[in-house]
Design a protein around this ligand. Sequence first.
Ligand SMILES: Cc1cc2nc3c(=O)[nH]c(=O)nc-3n(C[C@H](O)[C@H](O)[C@H](O)COP(=O)(O)O)c2cc1C
Length: 371
Amino acid sequence: MTTEGVSEWRRKNCVMYNEQPLKLGLFGINVGNGCTVSHAETTFEPSWEHNLEIAKRAERMDFEMLVAVGRWRGFGGTTDFNGENLEVFTWGAALAAHTKKIMLFPTSHVPTIHPCLAAKQGATIDHISKGRFGLNIVCGWFTPEMEMFGAKQLEHDERYVRATEWLHVIKRMWKEQDFNHEGKYFKVNQGYCLPKPIHDPFPVLVNAGASPAGRKFSAEHCDFNFITLNSLEFARDMVQEVGTLAAEYKRLCGVMSFGQVICRDTEKEAHDAMAEILEKGDYETATTILNIFGVESGTAPEGFADQQKRLINGWFGYPLIGTPEQVVEQFLEIKKTGLEGMCLSFLDYNEELKYFDDRVMPLMKQAGLRI
Ligand SMILES: Cc1cc2nc3c(=O)[nH]c(=O)nc-3n(C[C@H](O)[C@H](O)[C@H](O)COP(=O)(O)O)c2cc1C
């Protein structure tokens, strides 16, 4: 993405706009089982100590971002997938104090927090981290989770109407003082927020909406759209579509995605590791998630069996499986689609990152994917 039109502050200070050809991040380290719906053996746990170790390792590897999953309850089944999890804003604040370079992206659901509080907490994390706070905005598709907060789930596209107003209030909190707002969903009397975020014009905003309403929300209001990478052709189309749509609003909006890495010395070892994840998969939970997600998101998954495997293996993430050379080949193909970066997940983040650092990062540098 061209950085023309990106604020000077961001160009100088924000790693999301650095020179790295393919940005790298981690997704899901704050939630139980990460992105793998399986009982396959791992040392991963969503504890604070373990998150800190992984975050510091990712930072040493020059990764650009850590994206937390916003989750309020588990999905049941034998894993109670994601059930134990660290709350995202407090997670971001704590990591901000222990890191120096990496961007921290709490993923916040719109219905769970008033925009004045989200703005205030975001500004605070931005100060603790010296401008490294970013916000991943999600509307909430897991109805029992959203209804835990006592309000009825809205119809799909209306959730983006509320999200637009929510973000409008947040941006006003970050830029204005003593303002009033009276909208369809929120009323603010003399909105007040000091300190303002350091990040200029304001913290990086990301949205993972996939439906037409979600893409429009990203293009009109956010800096990056996170897509589920169904295929490379789909990624190419999305980069084109979101970029064109953003240009209509005279804005920039990059596109990124996420993938599950299973990288081993031989292709066989990598595929055996995936086979073990699938063999020990929690199919009951996967079915529950697919059923809810298919109805509640605006983008019903196609091909149930394949989707079920991708869900168990890495929360629908693009499978990056094989030897270090093969994984780098896959990254090269991804880069060609125009995607700006990839957030990665691993069955065992901490252990597998060591291997990724030793074996994959040097090859990525040789291939021109990392500087
Ligand atoms: C990278 C990525 C991260 C996401 N993170 C969360 C999350 O933390 N919590 C959540 O409830 N939904 C999350 N989602 C789901 C999205 O918010 C959204 O529901 C989904 O992409 C479907 O989009 P749609 O509602 O526009 O159809 C994520 C999706 C993606 C692609």
